[in-house]
Design a protein around this ligand. Structure first.
Ligand code: AMP
Length: 279
């Protein structure tokens, strides 16, 4: 496995590998969710490249950029075991050079609602770094997690609108045995918070049960709210939003439909949890 630190070396290496080339971008602190993206990429591609870059421009002021978990040695070992041929792990100065003045903005409800409303500027940071990485690695296929469903939709839109040429492939969310979606940020949870965090997925599951019945949207959302409001021993995540949306546009749906997304964000202690289920 080759580890590259510069744009030039990465681009050169990627031009001569067997195709199709699959690409798995990450911010490191790898868990089984990341490894499931690697496994999906390995299955479908002759070569797999990954990246590790904690992208400063997708963190808002007061978010966890400084304390985001970093452990490159462990990540590189895991990526090697997972079959990566190349890992691009640039320093920040390589990705954001002096004088840089371009960013990518995907417009519409896709970036103004839900995560876009909670985290202003976040998706501009994501779109810009993904566009840059695609320009450097030039993969045939890009593997992204369904867990970050809105990010997935934003990147799909950008790749289509800008003719970036990679096929975007969504990989299902990997969960802990109690249902909690795996996330690098789960490491910040105390043990009681960790137990309480699984309540978010259980509440979404209750919502989906209702969504699959012929009932109005409000019932679905209220079901999730009510489930999280129940008194239990473990602390409840405090709901920031719960919504039923079209998975491509993220426009709120009037009625639940097959294929719609029930998506939520909630806070527990210092951690912001997001999750979603496809109805
Ligand atoms: P991150 O390192 O958090 O930026 O995530 C890198 C990629 O892994 C993104 O495409 C995420 O959607 C994906 N990912 C994160 N958590 C999971 C999970 N639990 N299951 C599947 N994919 C995930």
């Amino acid at each position: 496995m080759r580890v590259t630190r510069t744009v030039a070396e990465t681009r050169l290496t990627c031009t001569s590998v067997p195709r199709p080339l699959g690409f798995v971008p990450t911010m490191g602190a790898l868990h089984a969710g990341h490894l499931s993206l690697m496994a999906a990429a390995r299955k479908e591609c002759a070569t797999v490249a990954a990246s590790i870059f904690v992208n400063p421009t997708q963190f808002g002021p007061g978010e966890d950029f400084e304390r985001y978990p970093r452990n490159e040695g462990r990540d590189l070992r895991l990526l090697e075991e997972a079959g990566a041929a190349l890992v691009f792990a640039p320093p920040s100065a390589e990705m954001y050079r002096p004088g840089a003045s371009t960013s990518v903005h995907v417009g519409g409800p896709l970036t103004s609602l839900l995560e876009g409303a909670s985290r202003p500027g976040h998706f501009d940071g994501v779109a810009t770094i993904v566009a840059k990485l695609l320009g450097i690695v030039r993969p045939d296929r890009l593997f992204l997690g369904q867990k970050d469903a809105q990010q997935l939709a934003v990147v799909r839109r950008m790749v289509a609108d800008l003719d970036l040429g990679a096929e975007v492939i969504a990989v299902p969310t990997m969960r802990e045995p109690d249902g909690l979606a795996m996330s690098s940020r789960n490491a910040y949870l105390s043990s009681s918070e960790r137990r309480g965090a699984a309540r978010l997925y259980r509440a979404l599951q209750q919502g989906v049960v209702v969504a699959r019945l012929p009932k109005p949207t409000t019932d679905v959302l209220r079901t999730v709210e009510a489930d999280l409001a129940r008194r239990e021993d473990d602390p409840a995540p405090r709901l920031e939003y719960v919504a039923l949306v079209d998975p491509d546009t993220f426009e709120p749906a009037a009625q639940p439909h097959r294929g719609h997304l029930l998506a939520a964000a909630a806070r527990l202690g210092a951690v912001r949890l997001i999750d979603n289920i496809i109805v």
